[in-house]
Every structure is written in C-alpha cells, then in structure tokens.
Design a protein around this ligand. Structure first.
Ligand code: AMP
Length: 390
C-alpha cells in the first residue's frame, strides 16, 4: 500500500519532500510556474506540521556538475513569496554544510540545491541515496513528473524510510490516472493527437480494450490515413509505423471501438501561407496541419456522449494560430461535455490554458513521460518505491 500524506506522522519530524520544480527560467525569472503552484498544497500541509521541511528538486540538465545557470535560487525567491515564509537555499543537497543547516532549529523551510549537480542522482547511486535519506525522518514524494525515473531522490532513497508516502499532487495523479486505467464510466472516449504515433502506441494498446471511441487527430493521424491508402500529400508520417497503424485499426475494429480519423483537413504548403480546407485526401505539395470543420463536428458528437474522457496531444499545429482552431474546438467540446475529463501532456495542457479553460477540467496531469508510462499500464519506479507493507 501507499500511504497518503494525512496518514503520515509529521509532527516534530524532519520531512524530505521531493518535488518537480523543473520550470523554465529566463534571465533569473520563472516564466511558467504551474509546476511549482501544483505542489504548494503539499508544502503548506507539511510545513504546518513538520519540525523542518526539506524541499528537493532537479532543474534542467547540469550534467552532474555545479552550474549557476541551473541553480534553484529563483525558485527559492518564488517560494518565499508564495509561502509568505523565509526559505533557506542550501549550498548543496548533501554534505557537511547541508547537515548543519538541516539541524539548525532556526531553519524551518530549506530548499536543497539542484539534485542534478551530482551525477550520482541520475545513476541512482546507493551512497548518494543514503546521504540524502540521512537528512530526514520522513520521505514524501510529490514529483509525479519525475516518477518514471529511477533516480536516487525519486526511488533509491525511499528504501531507507518506513515513514514515507505520496504528496497530494502525486496522490491526485494516481487517483485520476488510475480512474482512466480502470475505465469505469461509459462511454469512455479518448482523444489522441500530437506529432508521432510511436509515442502513443503503448497507451493505445493498453486503453483499447476499455474504450468506446478513439478519436485520432494531429500529425499522428496521417500515418493511419496512409495505412488506409489515402493520399496525405506532404503531411507528417512515420513510414515505419504504417503496418502497425493497420494492426491498431484492426484491433480497434475487433474490440468494437469506434476509431475516428479526420475526414477533412486544414492544409498548407511548405511556407504555411494560404491555409485551405481539403477533403479526406490531401493534394500533393500540401500538409495537413489541423482537423477540418466536418471532423470537428464528428468529434463533437462523440465527445458529447462521453462520461469519461482522456485527452492527450493537440489535433493540429496549435502553436500557429492559423492551425489552432481544431485543438481549441476539442478543448471547448470536452469542457462542455460534463464528463470526467483528464488532460495529459505538456502541449495539451498548454492548449487548455490558451483557451482559458483550465478550471473546467477534472484533472490536468503534470507529467509528460510519467503520465504516458502510467497510462501504458507500467509501474513507475517513483510510485513503486513508496509501497509499504500494510
Ligand atoms: P507530441 O509532443 O507528440 O504530443 O506532439 C505535439 C506537437 O505536435 C505540437 O508541437 C503540435 O504542434 C504538433 N502537431 C500536431 N499536429 C500536427 C500536424 N498535423 N502537423 C505537424 N505538427 C503537428
């Protein structure tokens, strides 16, 4: 079993909270703080009860070396404001100075410096894991976005704790993504998009037996259309996956899943100027960059019926306003559906934010790779490491 935060005894304890503060920073300023904001409830919960709260994260790819550009200093400033409390930034995440700091009764909240300043972190080095574990009495993991990695701070160090559990965000992710995997509410509709089929094969295979409808748009749709012998012009395609797309189409049919592909497109030439509507076949020289109006209403009809829905991947090149219509349309249709809707993937969450609909979805998953691996039915090392005997 995995303990919830409110099942852990935190009073008088030093609590290590692993979070995912891997946020974009430009000129010392955090440009997108969603990841930090999503763990604030966990931090407030722990800070309100623990003797000392140690917060640990990775940031960027410093490659196992100290790199001032990847320092968590801007995150410390952000946290002090958000928590309205002093937050000490430790000079490192292990070592004698850190040991002294975490034992200083004056320090209540300490942000450890970037875990990836040590190459041992990503190697899940046992000595490094033990050194991290020695800092605290209780281990809380709220870094769902890093849970698919078996690193020292996400997996290795957990072995040294009896008192350990999931943070509120990790718990929410497991609860909602677990609901998607169980697929209890019917009709269950999935909308998949994004650039590549290859990233989504595991998810399609795992969910197919549970789904009622699978709506496929975006770049990945063209491999499926080509598999059906439809001309796709110069649209994105994974030639090596055409056979697999054919197999998935057959599997969907055998499982009685309505698999819907685009029946029309917004397409453009290489310069992307003059977008034009096309039928299902795309003329030579043009690439399909968004789903067309007929497809949008087809998708609407399916989405309207849903009781449970998963959305992963934009259905067009949504970063370009000329090709964002289909993706925004899907966002609105899902928001209006009344279904339990889980949105997964950085681009998809960005599209929901762009549409200003973030408050109208049941759950916006914070994980990229972690969410996809969870939906593939795989056990995430960061989740498995939290298991304790009941
Ligand atoms: P992914 O990371 O696989 O979810 O893919 C997301 C990316 O796919 C976004 O940058 C989209 O702009 C892009 N994308 C979606 N549909 C298309 C399309 N029809 N052609 C080219 N790129 C697309």
């Amino acid at each position: 079993m995995i303990k919830r935060l409110n099942e852990l005894e935190l009073k008088g304890k030093r609590v290590f909270v692993r979070v995912d503060f891997n946020v974009p920073i430009h000129q010392g300023k955090i440009s997108e703080s969603h990841r930090i904001e999503s763990v604030l409830p966990t931090l407030r919960f722990v800070i309100g009860r623990a003797e000392t709260t140690l917060i640990a994260s990775h940031l960027g790819r410093p490659g196992g070396k100290r790199d001032p550009a990847s320092s968590l200093a801007p995150v410390r400033d952000f946290l002090e404001q958000a928590l309205a409390s002093p937050v000490a930034l430790a000079p490192d995440c292990v070592g004698s100075e850190v040991d002294a700091l975490v034992r200083d009764p004056q320090r209540k909240i300490i942000l450890l410096e970037n875990l990836r300043f040590h190459k041992e972190e990503e190697k899940n080095d046992p000595g490094f894991a033990r050194a991290l574990a020695a800092l605290a009495d209780v281990y809380v993991n709220d870094a769902f976005g890093a849970a698919h990695r078996a690193h020292a701070s996400t997996a290795g160090m957990a072995a040294y704790f009896q008192a350990k559990g999931a943070g509120l965000l990790m718990q929410k992710e497991m609860d909602y993504l677990g609901k998607i995997l169980a697929g209890p509410d019917r009709p269950f509709v999935a909308v998949l998009g994004g650039a590549k089929v290859s990233d989504k094969i595991g998810v399609i295979r795992n969910l197919l037996p549970k789904l009622d409808s699978l709506l496929i748009g975006g770049g990945m749709a063209y491999t499926f259309l080509k598999a059906q012998g439809i001309s796709i012009g110069r649209s994105l395609v994974e030639e090596g996956r055409i056979e697999l797309a054919r197999e998935l189409l057959d599997q969907a049919k055998a499982a009685g899943v309505a698999l819907l592909l685009p029946t029309d497109h917004i397409a453009a030439g290489k310069d992307r100027k003059n977008p034009t509507e096309t039928g299902v076949a795309i003329p030579e020289g043009l690439a399909g960059l968004d789903i067309g109006p007929k497809t949008r209403s087809l998708f609407h009809q399916e989405i309207r019926k849903a009781k449970l829905a998963l959305w992963n991947g934009p259905v067009g090149l949504f970063e370009d306003a000329r090709f964002s219509g289909g993706t925004l349309d899907v966002a609105h249709a899902l928001a209006d559906s009344g279904a339990v809707v889980v949105v997964a993937g950085g681009d998809t969450v960005a599209a929901v934010m762009q549409a200003g609909l973030q408050d109208r979805f049941t759950h916006l998953s914070t994980g990229g790779g972690a969410t996809l691996e969870f939906l593939e039915g795989r056990t995430l090392p960061g989740v498995a490491a939290l298991e304790v005997n009941a």
